[in-house]
Design a protein around this ligand. Structure first.
Ligand code: CNA
Length: 271
């Protein structure tokens, strides 16, 4: 189970970290209250703030870090049953985890849907509009096209239901970079069998790790990258991890996405 904390080392602010979190840096979005950015009612009146955020998070602006590549390594080794992420930045995909292995519980920018005729489109079709600060319109009915990000009150993607079979089957649960405050995602932490060790890698204790610990829970507190790297070292996978990251960096270096201007990550931060 992953959250915004696995992507802060890639330069994407989380919601709740005081000072750097998105909720502390909303002035430029000109919205009445933080949650408005993900509210359908507000979106239909004024979609601009959401698309300003979409421009930041559209696939291609940010690169995965060791936490994402740790998931990829587990996948390559056949050890990853399924990553459940709350993130909408798509960095699990960029790290090479196939979308059909993933549950992106709060949606994705990789696909989009017309709010009027409900036609589905690849998110890529609207890159030009989003980057050019234009509200994307359906080529068929001209309705506003909304990336498939789950707004407040919207249903989670069908794939979220996979948890019903996945969690009882797991024999280890990693919880990485999340405050475990958003439901129903947060409750998944309690859905593994009680004999299953749960490993938290996060800045602070969260959810059941704080208030309902099990005897076999483990917490590695501190930065996610440091925590993951420590674990990788204990597992004896350091070299493999370095090779994987190097290989992926070279792919990016060869310019796998020619539409992207080269840009320093930090220059894209909201704060
Ligand atoms: P959150 O509520 O902002 O919590 C993040 C957690 O990660 C907190 O406990 C932080 O202390 C911790 N954290 C942040 N950075 C680090 C770090 N470098 N090392 C260790 N711990 C760290 O975010 P959640 O994901 O729990 O909340 C769910 C929301 C946030 C979902 O709806 C997401 O869509 C949404 N979100 C996603 C992104 C993204 O896609 N990258 C960014 C911001 C918010």
């Amino acid at each position: 189970m992953a959250g915004a904390g696995i992507s802060t080392p890639s330069g994407i602010p989380d919601f709740r970290s005081p000072g750097s979190g998105l909720y502390s840096n909303l002035e430029q979005y000109d919205i009445p209250y933080p949650e408005a950015i993900f509210e359908l009612g507000y979106f239909f009146v004024n979609p601009k703030p959401f698309f300003t955020l979409a421009k930041e998070l559209y696939p291609g602006n940010y690169r995965p870090n060791s936490a994402h590549y740790f998931l990829r390594l587990l996948h390559d080794k056949g050890l990853l049953l399924r990553p459940y992420t709350q993130n909408i930045d798509g960095l699990e995909r960029v790290a090479g985890i196939p979308p059909d292995r993933l549950v992106e519980a709060h949606g994705t920018f990789a696909t989009a849907t017309c709010t009027v005729c409900q036609r589905n489109f690849p998110g890529e079709d609207f890159r030009g509009d989003v980057m050019g600060d234009r509200i994307p319109r359906c080529p068929v009915c001209t309705g506003v096209v909304k990336p498939d990000i789950v707004f407040f009150g919207e249903q989670l993607p069908q794939r979220f239901l996979l948890h019903l079979t996945d969690f009882p089957m797991a024999d280890l649960l990693f919880v990485i970079g999340t405050s475990l405050e958003v439901e129903p995602f947060a409750s998944l932490a309690g859905a593994v069998r009680s004999s299953v060790p749960r490993v938290l890698i996060n800045r602070e204790l969260v959810g059941p790790f704080a208030w309902q610990q099990r005897h076999n829970d483990v917490a590695q507190l501190g930065d996610v990258v440091g925590g993951v790297e420590k674990l990788v070292e204990l597992l004896g996978w350091k070299k493999e991890m370095q090779t994987l990251i190097q290989k992926e960096k070279e792919k990016v270096g060869r310019g796998s996405d020619p539409q992207l201007p080269p840009q320093p990550l930090r220059s894209l931060c909201w704060s």
